[in-house]
Write a protein that binds this ligand. Structure first.
Ligand code: PHB
Length: 391
């Protein structure tokens, strides 16, 4: 091959390479894989679905993308089973190579997720589970929560029940992190304001044989009862409390999960119940109105607190990703953006505490027909204390 011909060939090869490079530079960035680890079966099944619906709604509103990156989902049913949690989360990280973990509902499962997220540095956004430890001793720069801590609604209700003049309260819940911590929060708010929790009743998660415990409540004759139940268990508890004849004599108060997403099934047995939560059905803000309309149109369902938390988990991911221009590897900048962000939530705008938990208003709500109507704000901009967190 003579010299000039070699040069021509080399030039041709170079320009082909340059063209290919140009095409690559213009190609869409790789999809961002979101691992949804949620309960799709069991007592919390409806909660998992609402979270996924909310998350997908925000992504759809942005044309299937967040910060320019197309979103791809991988789903795992965690069955609200802590024993299967580490295997499930490791599969998402190692087999499916997800970029982000989003989950879950159950506090015990969420703590297992947080441990793996902390060990591997994988970004985790918790769209429900309130486990105090997740934004307490287990907190980490790559772990965020779009929901609440179990302490928050409990504490607000403790203060509220004391304000109502009740002195002697019995608590009843499932015996696991969420129930224990919700009751602990309640007790802290109630007893510092002069009340006394005289008995703490519980049964294993997710049991719903309440009869013996309801008999014990009747015998104790407290001024009021405080409870944490959610999902299918909350439906049954509210119905059993009324059927046992207790509703007329001993006021029942709860963390708002007792009546959120459950009113259709609880019917009149829930009517009048007062609960505390960071969301309600009758918030008078345009952001919520638009969200509820879009959700109802898309899913032919009314949204609930779980749908909001899923929506906000996607919003938080979007805010962080926008700050790093889609490069999720820039962990410090991602975290910094979220620490400074004001999330424009349907619940009302919120910021994140140092331990990455929402600082938010806790509403007092009352069941009226099929709605949790706002009665007032029980606690304004309530931060979780974040005890034991060092970031
Ligand atoms: C929890 O396990 O943290 C939990 C579960 C369901 C709820 C709220 C909290 O509705």
């Amino acid at each position: 091959m003579n010299h000039p011909r070699r040069i021509t060939l080399a030039l041709a090869a170079c320009s082909a390479l340059l063209a290919a490079g140009g095409a690559l530079a213009q190609a869409a960035p790789a999809k961002l894989k979101v691992g949804l680890m949620l309960p799709y079966t069991g007592t919390f099944a409806a909660l998992g679905t609402a979270i996924e619906n909310g998350f997908r709604l925000h992504v759809a509103e942005n044309g299937g993308k967040l910060a320019g990156r197309e979103i791809e989902f991988v789903r795992v049913d965690d069955e609200s089973d802590p024993a299967k949690a580490s295997d499930n989360v490791n599969k998402l990280i190692k087999r499916d190579n997800v970029d982000v973990l989003v989950g879950t509902v159950h506090s015990g499962v969420a703590m297992a997720m947080a441990k793996v997220a902390k060990d591997t540095g994988t970004l985790l956004i918790v769209p429900n589970a309130g486990a105090d430890a997740v934004t307490g001793p287990m907190c980490a720069p790559n772990i965020f929560r779009s929901s609440f801590s179990n302490w928050q609604p409990g504490y607000a209700m403790g203060e509220m029940v004391a304000k109502k003049g009740h002195k002697k309260v019995v608590t009843i819940t499932w015996k696991y992190a969420a129930g224990d911590e919700s009751v602990r929060g309640f007790k802290e708010g109630f007893e510092k304001s002069g009340g006394k929790v005289v008995k703490e009743l519980s049964l294993p998660f997710p049991n719903v044989e309440f009869q013996a415990l309801l008999t014990e409540i009747a015998a104790s004759k407290p001024d009021a009862v405080y409870t944490f139940f959610a999902g299918g268990g909350a439906v049954k508890f509210v119905k059993d409390y009324a059927a046992a004849g207790l509703k007329k004599h001993i006021p029942l108060y709860g963390a708002g999960f007792l009546t959120d997403g459950t009113l259709e099934a609880q019917g009149l047995d829930a009517d009048g119940l007062l609960t505390t939560l960071h969301y309600a059905d009758s918030l008078d803000n345009p952001r919520d109105k638009a969200f509820r309309l879009a959700y109802a149109k898309t899913y032919k369902l009314q949204p609930d607190v779980y749908a909001v938390q899923g929506y906000d988990a996607a919003q938080m991911l979007g805010v962080g990703l926008a700050a790093v221009k889609g490069d999720i590897g820039k962990k410090a900048e991602f975290a910094e953006a979220l620490r400074r962000a004001r999330i424009d939530s349907p619940r009302g705008a919120f910021t994140l505490s140092k331990s990455h938990n929402p600082v938010q208003d806790i509403y007092l709500r009352q069941v009226t027909g099929k709605e949790n109507k706002v009665v007032g704000v029980a606690s304004k901009a309530l931060p979780d204390p974040g005890r034991g967190c060092r970031i």
